[in-house]
Ligand binder design. Sequence first.
Ligand SMILES: [Zn+2]
Ligand SMILES: [Zn+2]
Length: 133
Amino acid sequence: MEIKACMKCGRLYKHIAGEEFCPECKKQIFGKLDSLQRYLDTAENIDFNFIKNRYGLNKYQVKEFIKTGKLNVKKNPFVSFCSGCNEIVPRGRLCDTCKTRTLFDLNRVKIEILQDSLKNIEPIPKMRFIKKG
Ligand SMILES: [Zn+2]
Ligand SMILES: [Zn+2]
């Protein structure tokens, strides 16, 4: 068995695989998970500051719980995961980071297309005057 620092209070505890908290915190947190799950099911905008104040869990910890299946946001019709980075976002949207990156990529692609199309324009042939006679 391995000794690990609790993710919440920092106390050292005997770590069992899959357990990120000391037994004290675990009892405390798991008592609140049902309520937090109800919040995640219905909140139109998941507010991580609210979660932190009310449940004492930060965004990273909530995401860990979602990743390990202890919490989920599947039932919530208002949220989904960013297709770029798995961040929790309003349904059907990208997170700000990925949005900015996508815009940047789009602009770069546009510039590349523009440069390509400029390359392909044939130089205007010089007018040749044909001498008559
Ligand atoms: Zn603890
Ligand atoms: Zn993203």
